[in-house]
Design a protein. Sequence first.
Length: 373
Amino acid sequence: MAAAAHDDMTADRPAKGWFGLPPWTILFPALGIPAVLLSVYAMGTIGTIVAALILIGSVVAAVHHAEVVAHRVGEPFGTLVLAVAVTVIEVSLIVSLMLSGSGDVAALARDTVFAAIMIILNFIIGVCLLTGGLKHGEQRFTLRGISAALATLAALVVLALILPNYTTSGAGSTYAPSQLIFVAVVSLVLYGTFVLVQTVRHRDYFLPAGDVEPEAHAAPPSDRTAWTSFGILLVALVVVVMLAKGLSVRVEEAILAAGLPLAIVGVVIAALVLAPESLAAYNAARRDRLQTSLNLALGSALATIGLTIPAVAIVSLMLGLPLALGIGAKGMTLLALSLFVTTISLGTGRTTVLQGVVHLVIFAAYLFTTVIP
């Protein structure tokens, strides 16, 4: 997944600038250091906007550098580097808002993970199927790998977002501490097993039909470029965590001032974290590489639950923060519809524009009912 993501995000780009890397991927984390030291986010509206732009740029830059490092170290470690980096960003944003103590902090992790799953299953996959269908007609992919990903995703989703509503040891839609630890462990086991299958034992399941190896991957970056990316990645992650902490209260205030429900915070975080992978998946579908698009989309969905839920669970237990994971009846209905439609859409190994439109309509319904509950 990591190598494919790096290839698609770097394809058709001009030659790299500084240290073999695009200048903007160095500039945003560099600007983040003085922004954090000077607390730019506290300097009125202009300062908040500047801090938000630097935060967004640093998130995208961090994912880019993680992909460079992942492409250099190869599989299976490459996939883990990318997944861990994205998870650190997502968890830092969630925890920063939870520590702010305002709003429904207990539901923030749930809203973010649920939003990420809905964005991936309906928006990203929908855009990829529609784009590929419009440009190439019928597209094909290897069914075995996608079926394995969907089976793993269904198990993770039910354990993390639905089962808490029906357990009796915890209050409401929460797990008791022992149950939370159990779900965190099995989530890691499921995700780790999937990564092993995808990158080592059955790698051919996730390659285009008839291929033994992926086609025309970009050459791995040099050691100098990879180490530079690793250093900037660490800086970018620190910048993201610190800016997210400073902006957390202002984000909630802006959403409430606009008359929007706090669940929108989760949608914003998920959209921000998934933006680079979304672009990579779209570019792959446009080049008639739907297999790569689906690997990226479903791989991101699995990492979102398989790594984010355990990480947030650990933070919640260590700091004593409330954590409500069970989604409501409306959410369960949309989630069940999304999983059902995705299974049918990807159940034949062939797709057309129709499946893309269906997924996008479901996403529109989710977004509309989130803004207007």
